[in-house]
Design a protein around this ligand. Structure first.
Ligand code: BTN
Length: 244
C-alpha cells in the first residue's frame, strides 16, 4: 500500500505509474488522505472532506478476463465492497446498478473502474473506490441524496480497518472471478441490487414509466420489466426516478 497525504486523484496516480511501466505488484493500493481533484463517473467530480473518508485505488491485472466480460470485474468489485460494508451496515446496503453504493435511497459511495487495454487483452484495471465514512456535513445540494457510515451508525469508523476489510472481500471475489465462477458472481451481484423486484419509476428516451428491475445480464445490461415486457438498458440509457 502506498499512502499519500494529498493527491489529485488516486486513479490518476496509479494510471501514470502503469503507463510509465513502473513495476507494481498486482493488488497495490493507493490511498489518499485528501484528493483535490477526485473523479467520479461520467466526468463528474468526486468531492470529499479531507481525512474523513476512504479514497483509494487498487491495481489489478485481469488479463484472464475477455474484454467482452469486463462487466464481470465490476460485479466482483461491487459484491466485495457490498459484503464488507454490510458487515457494518446490514442488508440495507445495496449496489445501485451499475456500481453505486446505496443505503436506503442515499449514496454512500461509488466506484470508478478504468480499464487499460493492450490490443484485445486487459493490461490493467484501475479500481477507484470512494466511500463516505466519517463525514457529517454535505453540500446542501446533496441533502437527502448522500450519506456516510458516521451518519448511519452514529459513531466513527476506523479508516484503515475498513480499508482492510474491503480489500480482503474484493480479493475473495476477484479470486472467484479468476476461477471462472461467472454465474455465481452474477447471481450474488443481482441478489443485493438496489430496487430489485420493486415497482419504481424510471425514465428512458424522455419517457417516464413504472417498472421492476428483474435482473442484470452478463454483459451488464439492466433488465427492467414494464407492463409485462422486459427491456435491456445500457449505461446512460435509463434514469432512476424517485416516486412522487
Ligand atoms: C462515482 O461517481 O460514483 C465514482 C466515484 C469514485 C471516486 C473514487 S475516490 C478514489 C478514486 N480516485 C478518483 O479520482 N476517483 C475514485
Amino acid at each position: 500500500m502506498i499512502r499519500l497525504s494529498e493527491v489529485d486523484s488516486t486513479n490518476n496516480f496509479l494510471k501514470s505509474k502503469v503507463s510509465n511501466s513502473e513495476p507494481l505488484p498486482e493488488g497495490t493500493v493507493i490511498m489518499a488522505g485528501h484528493q483535490f481533484a477526485g473523479r467520479g463517473q461520467q466526468e463528474n467530480t468526486w468531492f470529499t472532506e479531507p481525512g474523513l473518508n476512504l479514497t483509494f485505488s487498487i491495481y489489478l491485472c485481469p488479463s484472464f478476463l475477455p474484454i467482452s466480460e469486463q462487466f464481470m470485474l465490476n460485479m466482483a468489485v461491487s459484491v466485495g465492497i457490498r459484503d464488507a460494508l454490510a458487515k457494518f451496515l446490514g442488508p440495507l446496503l445495496k449496489v445501485k446498478w451499475p456500481n453505486d453504493l446505496y443505503y436506503n435511497d442515499q449514496k454512500l459511495g461509488g466506484i470508478l473502474i478504468e480499464n487499460i487495454l493492450s490490443g484485445i487483452t486487459y493490461k490493467a484495471g484501475i479500481i477507484g473506490i470512494g466511500i463516505n465514512v466519517n463525514q457529517l456535513n454535505f453540500d446542501p445540494a446533496l441533502l437527502n441524496k448522500a450519506t456516510s457510515m458516521r451518519k448511519i451508525l452514529q459513531r466513527d469508523v476506523n479508516l484503515l480497518e475498513l480499508l482492510a476489510e474491503i480489500c480482503s472481500h474484493i480479493e475473495g471475489q476477484y479470486l472467484k472471478l479468476k476461477s471462472g465462477a461467472f454465474n455465481k458472481l452474477q447471481a450474488d451481484y443481482v441478489k443485493g441490487l438496489y430496487r430489485l423486484n420493486e415497482k419504481k419509476l424510471y425514465r428512458s428516451n424522455n419517457e417516464t414509466f413504472e417498472g421492476v428491475i428483474t435482473n442484470v445480464a452478463a454483459g451488464g445490461f439492466l433488465i427492467i420489466e414494464s407492463e409485462g415486457i422486459e427491456k435491456q438498458y445500457n449505461f446512460k440509457e435509463v434514469e432512476f426516478l424517485n416516486n412522487i
